[in-house]
Design a protein around this ligand. Structure first.
Ligand SMILES: [Zn+2]
Ligand SMILES: [Zn+2]
Length: 329
């Protein structure tokens, strides 16, 4: 294990959870930030490189540890975008998501699951990506050095020396979304199962999958109930204990059913049928909160609703007639 002092990791806002395991929380919360989790061992690994908006945070981690491996929990930019800070690290991601990182075009196509992307949205995302790159003084996507990312499979084990990290494939939020468990420190990382926030599960891209996401939350609950767990770490908020984590995960799961019921009630109330757009306009997911520009969250709202419509149709609770959605008789 490489030696380090507590003063060193305090300097980049790190919290030692266990000897050799350091949680790095962004000191400034803005777009594209996420927690990083550092395992310092014979081989040093960092989980996720969400841009910290305070460049020295990740730069300090690099200077002190120069991690051998950068493990991406999934391809979303708030988990991968600071990766250029670690040019020497071997980058790894679940095999389903590797190609999405190679170009901005493949990235956005992957989000849309191969479906046609409205021109307005495509232009918006291209501009948005370029703006993100500019903030980082990068001229184009290639400067992220994401074209040589290696892959792993769900259930692989990463041997760091003392730490033997077990990968847990938890799809739904994204197809290759993965968590990690370390039996030595008994730390469980669950990525974007953001249990501490009041938003609930996020499945706002067409390549998110609602039934799979439900299954993954249950997988994590079962895992926690059957393993020794010291801390549960999610990507965007504080760490929690096993007991608190179980309560929060059950609450997190309940959002699926609350949203489903609200959508079903709304449809049931309108005997003549409603359009998808009209359901989305109720803002049951984002609860009236707006993004700038507004169509980004409106589009995410619509996609969340679409995932529920698909599920309600598969349960024979509703049906589609043309573009109208009605309760099943
Ligand atoms: Zn994500
Ligand atoms: Zn995230």
């Amino acid at each position: 294990m490489k030696p380090y002092t507590k003063e060193e990791f305090v300097s980049f806002n790190g919290t030692e959870l266990f000897p050799g395991v350091v949680l790095v929380r962004p000191s400034v919360k803005k777009y594209l930030t996420s927690n990083s989790l550092l395992f310092v061992d014979e081989i040093t690994l960092i989980v996720d490189s969400g841009f910290q908006h305070n460049t020295d945070q990740l730069m300090k981690v690099r200077k002190l540890f120069n991690p051998d491996i950068l493990f991406f929990s999934h391809y979303h930019l708030d988990h991968t975008f600071g990766c250029h800070t670690f040019p020497d690290s071997r980058k790894i991601i679940h095999q389903i998501e590797r190609d999405a990182l190679t170009t901005s075009e493949l990235f956005i196509q992957f989000c849309y699951n191969g479906s046609t992307i409205p021109n307005k949205e495509l232009a918006f995302w291209n501009k948005r990506f370029q703006d993100f790159l500019n903030v980082e003084n990068l001229s184009n996507w290639d400067d992220l050095h994401l074209n040589d990312v290696k892959t792993f499979k769900g259930n692989d084990i990463i041997d760091l020396g003392n730490f033997q990290l077990e990968i847990i494939h938890l799809p739904g939020h994204s197809p290759g979304h993965c968590g990690l468990y370390d039996p030595l420190s008994q730390i469980l990382f669950i990525g974007d199962m953001e249990i501490s926030s009041n938003f609930g599960p996020w499945y706002g891209w067409p390549n998110s999958d609602l039934p799979t996401f439900r299954k993954s939350v249950n997988t994590v609950i079962d895992f926690i109930e059957t393993h020794e767990i010291s801390r549960i770490i999610s990507s965007h908020s504080r760490e929690v204990t096993k007991e608190e984590g179980l309560i929060l995960l059950r609450r997190f799961y309940s959002y699926f059913d609350i949203r489903k019921q609200q959508i079903f009630n709304y449809i049931s109330y309108h005997n003549d049928g409603v359009t998808l757009k009209r359901i989305a306009d109720q803002s049951l997911i984002y609860k009236g909160k707006k993004s700038n520009p507004s169509f980004v969250w409106e589009s995410f709202e619509l996609i969340h609703i679409e995932h529920h419509i698909k599920e309600l149709i598969s349960h024979n609770q509703i049906l589609m007639e043309g573009n109208l959605i009605r309760k099943h008789d």
